[in-house]
Design a binder for this molecule. Structure first.
Ligand code: HEC
Ligand code: HEC
Ligand code: HEC
Ligand code: HEC
Ligand code: HEC
Ligand code: HEC
Length: 311
């Protein structure tokens, strides 16, 4: 089945991925999120009840509370709200309530890890509340898609799919918005390492072929934030027909930073003040909270820019 989904990618990539996966080897998903379960699997019982379910789709608790029943440390090692593993390692995606990103790191080529957690200042929503999906869809279509109800399962497939972090290939459609292509299947890593000591990292990179060196996660994030995917030259060439995302920082070339080099996927503890705290949302809506300008960035204010453009 993987080959079918991948068929939408370029022939070059199909060859590359078939190689990496050993020609369709068994799924390497983790925890109860295994595609291709054994005939006597117990995993379903981690989330479903046959007769005493408390939420639709026969879930044991509501969809928005479900993931935390294990990912609070009681049933998984990755504590996504606290941004750490049960062993104390700092999680790659940052965290939803606390994170350990050293957002004041003076290392010119790194963003290290704090000894203790700090309260996050921005994070992706996980409560299903209506949000603006910034940059979704085609040029000229406004600031984004209004009323997107984001939860953990918008981005992750609870049943597993063999992809990196069980990321859904077409996450935008989960909330009724437009995916740009027929799917981005980010290849899994082996062995899996959920922690980091340096947040200044592009994440998984395409290994060979025409797109070699480019970031998988830039392509993936842009399934939802369509117009943020910017090829080389976008800083000096306007996107035709687009009044808001007109000139854009390169996020797509092999030499350019990926989305996750600047942003933490779950949430960040970066602080903002001055100009950085006042940057309006796309389309011009003013920022209304003291921390609204931090935008999942991995350094305070615009410290991230200095890592590559010392001034
Ligand atoms: C980590 C939690 C989790 C586990 C483990 C899990 N499910 Fe689910 N399941 C969900 C959630 C959340 C939904 C609703 C959202 C969706 O469809 O993705 C769902 C929906 C479903 C549905 C209805 C929608 C569909 O995809 O057809 C079926 C059937 C289902 N699960 C079967 C299973 C079976 C069988 C197992 C064991 C092999 C299992 N699930 C394991 C969380 C889980
Ligand atoms: C019954 C317990 C349980 C529930 C409920 C659960 N998880 Fe997990 N999950 C695990 C375990 C165990 C792992 C293995 C890694 C670890 O220890 O954290 C894991 C791993 C993961 C991974 C990494 C997968 C990979 O391939 O590397 C993701 C992403 C994830 N879970 C997301 C979710 C989401 C989203 C939900 C809610 C739909 C959820 N989990 C609900 C137990 C659970
Ligand atoms: C907007 C999309 C999005 C949402 C919403 C989201 N995740 Fe993730 N998650 C990601 C991405 C992307 C990564 C990989 C980040 C990386 O490697 O830099 C990730 C990584 C993870 C990991 C691996 C550990 C880590 O921190 O890297 C786990 C476990 C996980 N997510 C669980 C969850 C759970 C549980 C929720 C809801 C409480 C959730 N995610 C909500 C996109 C999302
Ligand atoms: C070079 C660092 C950098 C990279 C790479 C980057 N961003 Fe950003 N992003 C920022 C900064 C800085 C802001 C704050 C607003 C501004 O300055 O335009 C921001 C803001 C955002 C916002 C909030 C809305 C807004 O525009 O203010 C979204 C959504 C976003 N980025 C998505 C992405 C996606 C998706 C990618 C990858 C395709 C990406 N970013 C790559 C630095 C970066
Ligand atoms: C399933 C769709 C979806 C995917 C995939 C997704 N996002 Fe978002 N993102 C949203 C929505 C909806 C918002 C609006 C704010 C919220 O969630 O509360 C948002 C907001 C943001 C913001 C602004 C945060 C703030 O301060 O409010 C940034 C930055 C961002 N996303 C970056 C990313 C990056 C980087 C990735 C890939 C790792 C990514 N997004 C993947 C849906 C998505
Ligand atoms: C990870 C390294 C990295 C980070 C972080 C980074 N940039 Fe860049 N920046 C680049 C690269 C690479 C280019 C593309 C240069 C090219 O295409 O020749 C670029 C291009 C630019 C350009 C266009 C220059 C030109 O000659 O076309 C501007 C302006 C710029 N960046 C500003 C910023 C700002 C502001 C920030 C912080 C929000 C930032 N950059 C963060 C690496 C980075």
């Amino acid at each position: 089945m993987k080959a079918t989904v991948l068929g939408v990618l370029s022939g070059v990539l199909v060859v590359l991925l078939a190689g990496l996966w050993g020609g369709g080897a068994a799924s390497a998903d983790n925890g109860p999120h295994m595609s291709g379960q054994s005939v006597t699997t117990d995993s379903c019982a981690g989330c479903h009840r046959a007769h005493t379910a408390q939420a639709a789709n026969l879930l044991k608790v509501s969809e928005t509370a479900l993931c935390s029943t294990c990912h609070d440390g009681s049933g998984a090692t990755t504590m996504v709200d606290a941004g750490v593993t049960t062993g104390g390692g700092a999680l790659r995606a940052g965290g939803f309530q606390q994170a350990r990103i050293n957002t004041q790191d003076s290392n010119p080529v790194g963003v290290g890890v704090l000894g203790g957690g700090q309260t996050t200042t921005s994070s992706h929503s996980t409560d299903g509340s209506s949000q603006e999906l910034w940059g979704n869809s085609t040029p000229g279509s406004g600031p984004g898609f209004a009323g997107f109800q984001l939860t953990c399962i918008s981005c992750h497939d609870p049943h597993g799919n063999g992809n990196y972090r069980i990321l859904r290939p077409a996450p935008a459609s989960e909330g009724g918005a437009t995916d740009t292509t027929a799917g981005v299947n980010v290849p899994d890593e082996s062995p899996k390492v959920y922690t980091t000591t340096n947040y200044f990292d592009n994440g998984p990179v395409i290994m060979s072929g025409a797109n070699a060196g480019k970031s998988w996660l830039s392509s993936w994030c842009a399934q939802c934030h369509t117009r943020y995917l910017a090829p080389g030259g976008s800083a000096t060439t306007a996107l035709p027909g687009e009044p808001i995302f007109k000139f854009r920082h390169d996020t797509q070339e092999a030499y350019a930073p990926s989305c996750v080099k600047c942003h933490a996927a779950h949430g960040s503890n970066a602080a903002v003040s001055g100009y950085a705290a006042q940057v309006a949302w796309p389309g011009g809506t003013a920022v209304t909270t003291a921390t609204g300008g931090s935008r999942l960035l991995k350094m305070d204010n615009r410290g991230i820019c200095l890592k590559c453009h010392p001034r």
